[in-house]
Design a protein around this ligand. Structure first.
Ligand code: ATP
Length: 248
């Protein structure tokens, strides 16, 4: 199968000459759920930034569905199906859950983001199934401002999905969530497997352990290991640089 996302020899050098990524190779197949682990400063966010067009690679290639996308502006990539959670503009507080999803769906079509009729029957169907997927059916008429933190996170995910994103890039989606909210996000990501390709940066090991995911460990801007969560968790080198602290 063709790699859905392929990163080859990627380097990102920040102003001042600091090399945050130093020759990263990564292959993600369609429908895969991939976790990026690594200690602070390993380059995880920079890798998501490079894939989503927020920072420019200084060397190497990023291929999305076989086409080079390195250096392509973020808004163009969003249009091509690369979705970054926490992308602007995010949730609109004054609108209900349903209205926010309508706005996100219309954004996909490139229309003005005003409300009103205009979604096809098929789009309503997709919107309904997305609501179900994130477990917010019962909150459809609730204003976004009144949602709990966890519900809001799930609404943001639903909005990225509604924009038609095929590749979802998530940076610590469980930050600030309670244990049950974290479990809801883990369930959601597991259910997305096969339908969407997801790359998620996460520090919460309990959460990562619940994901049916392969794991890539970054360290000092390079890939240190790849494998299942158990494999990388048992790896002495990984433990030394990262997990050792959490599992000592
Ligand atoms: N805009 C920037 N200019 C210069 N250096 C930067 C910039 N952004 C990040 N860095 C540096 O690049 C390195 C990698 O940062 P990055 O945020 O990608 O790491 P990370 O693995 O996501 O870390 P964390 O887990 O702490 O979020 C760090 O040393 C960081 O200080």
């Amino acid at each position: 199968m063709e790699d859905f996302l392929r990163v080859e020899g990627l380097e990102v050098t920040y102003e001042g000459g600091f090399k945050a990524l130093d020759g990263v190779d990564l292959k993600v197949t369609k429908g895969e759920l991939r976790v990026l682990l690594g200690p602070n400063g390993a380059g995880k966010t920079t890798l998501l930034d490079a894939i989503s067009g927020r920072v420019r690679p200084s060397r190497g290639r990023i291929l999305f569905r076989g086409k080079e996308i390195g250096g392509t502006p973020e808004h163009v990539l969003a249009w091509k199906g690369v979705g970054r959670k926490f992308q602007n503009p995010g949730v609109l507080n004054g609108l209900t859950v349903l209205e926010n999803l309508v706005v996100a769906t219309r954004r996909r079509k490139g229309l003005l983001t005003s409300l009103g009729p205009g979604l096809s029957a098929e789009e309503w169907e997709v919107l309904e199934s997305t609501l179900g997927l994130v477990g917010l059916q019962d909150k459809r008429y609730v204003k976004a401002a009144a949602l709990s933190h966890g519900e809001r996170q799930r609404l943001e995910l639903a909005m990225v999905l509604s924009t038609g994103a095929e590749l979802l890039l998530l940076d610590e989606p469980t930050a600030g969530l309670t244990r049950s909210e974290t479990e809801a996000v883990a369930d959601l990501l597991n259910r997305l497997r096969g339908a969407k390709t997801v790359v998620v940066v996460e520090h919460d090991m309990n959460f990562v352990g619940k994901l049916a995911a392969s794991v890539t460990v970054l360290h000092l801007g390079k890939v240190l290991r790849e494998g299942t969560f158990e494999e990388v968790r048992q790896d002495p080198e990984v433990r030394a640089v990262y997990l050792g602290r959490a599992y000592a």
